[in-house]
Ligand binder design. Sequence first.
Ligand SMILES: O=P(O)(O)OC[C@H]1O[C@H](OP(=O)(O)OP(=O)(O)O)[C@H](O)[C@@H]1O
Ligand SMILES: [Mg+2]
Length: 180
Amino acid sequence: MNNDIERVLYSREQIHQVAQKLGQELTTEYAGKNPLIICVLKGAVLFTTDIIREMDVYADLDFINLSSYGNETISSGEVQLTKDLDADVTGRDVLVIEDIIDTGRTLKFLVDLLQRRDVNSVKVCTLLDKPAGRLVDIKADYIGFEVPNEFVVGYGLDYAERYRNLPYVGILKPAIYEHK
Ligand SMILES: O=P(O)(O)OC[C@H]1O[C@H](OP(=O)(O)OP(=O)(O)O)[C@H](O)[C@@H]1O
Ligand SMILES: [Mg+2]
């Protein structure tokens, strides 16, 4: 699996450090607010479990499954909701945890959904931001790292469901997806 990686961008240690820093900031942001933390499946699973352990606040945790890439490296353009939240979000202060914001379509879909359901507030924390990929106008409030306009995998991020279990974020060798 490691041989399929062209270059490591962020090591497990670097990710741990950034999760600690963001967790402290989120502890301040949500002190006394009992936020609902939403993990966007599947990619954000690893980052969510890191970040919530760095937040010293009472919080609820829920999961939503949104998908638009399938087995490709380019967004299908259509975001599918394959598992909805369990919680009633009305009036809640919501913190969305994402692994990456690329075109921005997934996040826009989710923020619009939460606003239609009358949340009190919504903020977004993402491990990675790829601003060069953006096709819709949306931004995260808390960002771990900015990544170049390349297809990255690891630490939750997949290509065709593989590589999520890499303990670092790296650029996938283009040969892996160009000659499939
Ligand atoms: O900004 P965008 O272009 O919408 O891309 C970002 C989204 O795409 C990926 O999800 P994917 O659809 O691959 O589902 P997965 O998390 O199950 O891999 C990623 O985990 C983000 O949720
Ligand atoms: Mg994916």
